[in-house]
Design a protein around this ligand. Structure first.
Ligand SMILES: [Zn+2]
Length: 128
């Protein structure tokens, strides 16, 4: 892998650099990731940047923060994960993709705007 970091990808895109101010730990977390987790994370980030998916860019940085903090995810019932976010405890599935939080379901303030959440992304990165 080249020297390209997640932070460099965000800076190069230029549209979401303010998120790096809110997530100053991003580069250190990136350095601590395994190669497999870096590959998954970078592929997701480049996809979200290309698609101008600002919410998902932020949720990916949040998922990394949860990963670095530890104790945000636990497995139960085989393919299900229990993930603790800033707003509650949620159940995540990778196949088919799912989470019972308002963002993923498009509920509450996300009505009509469902999207991939930090809980699902944390599980996805963790299994890499
Ligand atoms: Zn969720």
């Amino acid at each position: 892998m080249s020297g390209n970091s997640l932070e460099e990808a965000i800076l190069k895109d230029g549209r979401h650099t303010s998120l790096l101010v809110r997530h100053p730990q991003t580069n250190q977390i990136w350095l601590d990731l395994t190669q497999a987790r870096r590959r998954v994370t970078m592929a997701l980030m480049l996809n979200y940047l290309a698609g101008k998916q600002a919410v998902q860019v932020e949720k990916l940085l949040l998922a990394l923060k949860y990963l670095s903090e530890g104790n945000h995810i636990s497995t139960f019932g085989g393919d299900k994960y229990r993930v603790r976010g800033d707003h509650g405890l949620y159940t995540v599935r990778l196949v088919p993709a799912g989470c019972d939080c308002p963002l993923f379901l498009g509920e509450g303030k996300f009505v009509g705007k469902p999207g991939v959440c930090s809980h699902y992304l944390l599980a996805l990165i963790c299994v890499a």
